[in-house]
Design a protein around this ligand. Structure first.
Ligand code: HEM
Length: 203
């Protein structure tokens, strides 16, 4: 039999995650933009409330020993403290933050699902470059209200490349790969629910 001249390129895990979440990501982006979160500080506060819930929920995964066994030390990617600071800057005090978080149930996920959640929250920071620019247009920046949207200390793109490399070197069987994708989709779905709760569409 003649050997095929084309070799099929195997999709990396990061590519799989991107492909499997592109539709939900696009729909979420559009929905967030429809709420005009960067038209005023009041609108932006709704966006921050969503981010507070999302980053609070994912924070334990950054320090989970089972996740660390797979992904190494990724705790420096956690931006929860920065979100808390941004909330304080916009006068959402600790008590009010705790009230918001009281209804968010802690995550119970497998290590493979956790990879999907971490992909989603880390990826949101690469897209966050665009949001950071928009936040600056209403006077917010890393010193007030938008610290969590600033780039990673190692550089936004470099850190994201490292996260993807870290995901791509994982040795996941097909069931675990499915769990990873499900984790990423669940993360998008959680955020979508919080957007519906805190960010009314403006049209
Ligand atoms: C209006 C809101 C948003 C906009 C306009 C937006 C825009 C973008 C853009 C332009 C990128 C590509 C960046 C690049 O490759 O240089 C990106 C990547 C990404 N964003 Fe968003 N984003 C938004 C919100 C979110 C949210 C809330 C999440 C998380 C739930 C999220 C998750 C991701 C992920 C995971 C990636 C990485 C995709 C990949 O390359 O694998 N985004 N976003």
């Amino acid at each position: 039999m003649e050997a095929s001249l084309t070799t099929e390129k195997t999709e990396t895990l990061a590519e799989q995650l991107k492909r499997q979440t592109t539709t939900v990501h696009e729909s979420l982006d559009k929905r967030i933009i429809r709420a005009r979160p960067f038209d005023s500080e009041q609108n932006y506060l709704g966006f921050l409330k969503m981010q507070l819930c999302f980053h609070w929920l994912v924070r334990p995964l950054f320090n989970d020993p089972n996740v660390a066994a797979l992904m190494g030390n990724i705790s420096h990617g956690c931006r929860f403290d920065q979100v808390v600071q941004d909330c304080l800057d916009l006068n959402l005090n600790v008590e009010q933050q705790q009230q918001l978080l009281a209804s968010v149930l802690p995550l119970k996920v497998t290590a493979a699902e956790a990879v999907g959640w971490i992909y989603t929250i880390e990826g949101s920071n690469i897209g966050g470059a665009f949001l950071f620019k928009m936040a600056k247009q209403i006077g917010l920046n890393e010193d007030r209200g938008a610290l969590h949207l600033a780039g990673h200390i190692d550089g936004r793109a470099k850190h994201w490349r490292e996260v993807k490399q870290c995901i791509n070197q994982l040795d996941l069987n097909s069931a675990e790969q499915q769990q990873m994708i499900a984790g990423a989709r669940d993360a998008f779905s959680f955020v979508r629910h919080k957007v519906e709760e805190f960010l009314p569409a403006c049209d």
